[in-house]
Design a protein. Sequence first.
Length: 262
Amino acid sequence: MNIILKNEADLAGMRVAGRLAAQVLEMLAEHVRPGVTTEHLDQLAHQFILEHDAIPAPLNYHGYPKSICTSVNHQVCHGIPSAKKLKNGDIVNIDVTVIKAGYHGDTSMMFCVGDKTPPYARRLCNVARECLWLGIEQVKPGNTLYDVALAIEKHAHKHGYSVVEEYCGHGIGKEFHEAPQVLHYADPSLRSIQLVPGMTFTIEPMINQGRKETRLLGDNWTVITKDRKLSAQWEHTLAVTEDGYEIFTLRTDEQPFLPHTR
């Protein structure tokens, strides 16, 4: 496995790309409301990214047709923006990846649309976010990716949810997807992947309300839950540092979202 360790110049580039990716989500937040199409959100993001001298990484990546991913309700990931309007009570994941000066920044977050999101949907979104942060808190030299995955899996299962296994986080830098694969369930193989300073990757757990099984739709991109129950996902790009981690895609005023802090 060829894990590319980043030097200080690489990390500086990734900070810039990560910050821009976070700014895209911050910009979109006020536009996520009932009646808005995900196509409109895609257009806003596309223009914003270009105006900041960057490239939307998903566009034309292996044929993907849009600049962001928008996964609504039971869509797990890679939902394609369309003319379909968001409804009051929907939940939607918006996944943004930018290329800025050759480096990638990749992040996603959940939005509750309008004021009628059911409590069970908000709870799923909150627990999925806690799973992300519990995974992040395990990132430090000496730990392994198994520690990250176990923290995520235990918290999801504690709340009666399942963890998607077919899709995962990934190394990132000058390439969109690098080694290693960052699984979010406690696969024993992860014990062999030690965390060392200079590693950069995403953590992006997909947490399902029902069963873990998924299905790929006919567009060959959109992934849904097989039982059509809700799914939620949050994502950050981060680096392993000498004493822990640095998150490149932290949004302005964002704080760790851990169970004991709520």
